[in-house]
Design a protein around this ligand. Sequence first.
Ligand code: HDE
Length: 700
Amino acid sequence: MTKTPHPSASPATHTGPGGETHQVAGGDTPVMTTQQGVPVADDQNTLRAGANGPALMEDFHFREKIFHFDHERIPERVVHARGYGAHGFFELTDSLSDVSKADIFQREGERTPVFVRFSTVAGNKGSADVVRDVRGFAVKFYTKQGNWDLVGNNIPVFFIQDAIKFPDFVHAAKQAPDRDFPQAQTAHDNFWDFVSLSPEATHMVCWAMSDRAIPRSFRFMEGFGVHTFRLIDAQGRSTYVKFHWKPRLGLQSVAWNEALKINGADPDFHRRDLWQAITSGNFPEWELGVQLFDDAFADSFPFDILDPTKLIPEELVPVRRVGRLVLDRMVDNFFAETEQVAFCTQNIVPGVDFTNDPLLQGRNFSYLDTQTKRLGGPNFTHIPINAPRCPFHNFQQDGHMAMHNPKGRANYEPNSWSQPTGGPRETGEDFQTFAADVSGPKLRQRSESFADHYSQARQFFISQTPVEQTHMRDAFIFELSKVETPAIRARMVSHLLHVDKELAEAVAKGLGLSPLPAPAQAARPVVAGLEPSPALSILENGPGSFTGRKLGIVITNGVDHELLGALQDAVAAVNGTVELIAPTVGGLKDSAGNPLVAQQRINGGPSVLYDAVALLPTVEGANALRHEATMRDFIADAFAHAKFIAHNDAAELLLAAAGLHPKMRDEGVIALESASDADTFIQTCGALRLWAREGRVHSI
Ligand code: HDE
């Protein structure tokens, strides 16, 4: 990886008339030029008629510079505007040649370059990372047979069943058009109005109110292709497939109150996390899983496999792990790569094909259309991040910003010119659309087989641990409490009555809603007896270790050298990271006189930024910090968010100042008697949270 050079101590400089210092070209420093390559002598002053006179139109350098700046922005994505991308590779570990002829799925051990963009959905480009929202998980595979885009989310189902409802859904979720708020959140009337009038949304709404919607990191979340796709083998036979991404580091989310605070303390929490992980060599990794099934399974499954509001439980069709995705390189330039990357669901390769999922069919129109608008014309495929890495030839030409135009005379075929003038020719094989039988009257109708909207919502709810169910209940209450129209709140509760009666009653109670509304009219009776699916719970799929997680250690000048070192070693041993938080970031020494640098000042590094915390002040330091409000918040929040807290003796003063008197402490507040306790503490942190504490600290 290339390191960013530090500002040079003694560059060749020039001092301007106002005393300002700037570097001049020479040695390693390149000559600044205009876009035309003309050397620039002075980039500090506009050309004027006299020192105090008007600017002159003929200043081509000024005009070019300002003109270009004025045009820097392109439209942000209409959804998924806020995103963060990285490069990496996909490595096949279990060949799928039995079911797909896709080149990428043939040879075990072979790597294919990828670009991945994670995103939130509703918020604008400048919104915060840890909002309650779905996360996009879009993967572009640069295969030898062309680009394949698997444009998925971190939730395996969707809010609507037909693409024609997408604009309505997105309008309702984003800011209201009159007031342009709220930003990046669903806790408002329009969203709940729409979803409560659209029973098909109930399943996805349950996912959105679960902790899936507030992931701790992109690195700790799953991804799903959502729709049923087809894999096509060399004989043209089709197998249905659902795609899954399984994070190697296990699943993890944050607490809701924590999310609210993270967004203030570090709105870039997720992108910073990915940046830090990749640039420090801790490359995040996912396994690609496939659920494969045939028509016989599809016919026996109680739901329609084309309905994107339904999933297929892993316990019913196991997930076969066939490869790994590793992200190992950040972009060189955010705009060129992450902003300009153009994912299109229509980008598939031989061996992969679509199904008639009505959402997927609509998406295949939308993505190409939106890229053309967003990137300014049909040649966005010429931008390096979007161009295939395999050879590509065709007779498409011209248009804005065309970079590749056919050479020679022929720009059409058939033609009778010989090579090289004659240009490319079709193969007659490779990509073959699966010859599915299609017949039926033209009509606008939702399939009857899509009509059950509650059974899987219920299955999702009963698959959660009690802690997660409580979080869902609290999320419904939080969001619906922000809804100003009582009828909308009641309408939503009428759907929840089909999901789980106790959940509906608890939400109604939390809203002060009485009497309970009648259950919503259900088009189909709820399928009773669907088994819980443990794969749907986050807590059932945690890592069991502190690997990849972050410990925040509060220190003051003179911190115990041994204890600090032992904690740092224990975290390093499991490949975690440590940040030091102190009253000042510089000027620190440990008890052995070694200089220390803290990453955060106490008021800039609240405990919400860490997975667990340790308090190692000196007695003097603790005395000085006990009156500091942000120090008290640090401890009180860590406790309220069910985190593990380690502390030395001197920290007793701080714990007491934060209201954590010995009687209130539990097994998650751990005294470090000596350096040897550090390993035990970090092992305990593998549980990530002491959720049992939550009920004791939140009474409403
Ligand atoms: Fe998208 N979606 N979407 N979507 N979507 C876009 O394309 C759309 C849907 C997803 O990082 C847009 O380039 C329609 C499901 C991701 O650049 C747009 C429908 C899933 C991304 C669009 C859906 C997704 C997008 C906006 C309903 C999960 C970000 C900007 C039929 C399987 C990709 C853009 C990136 C982006 C349309 C539903 C995932 C407008 C019409 C379901 C990850 O084309």
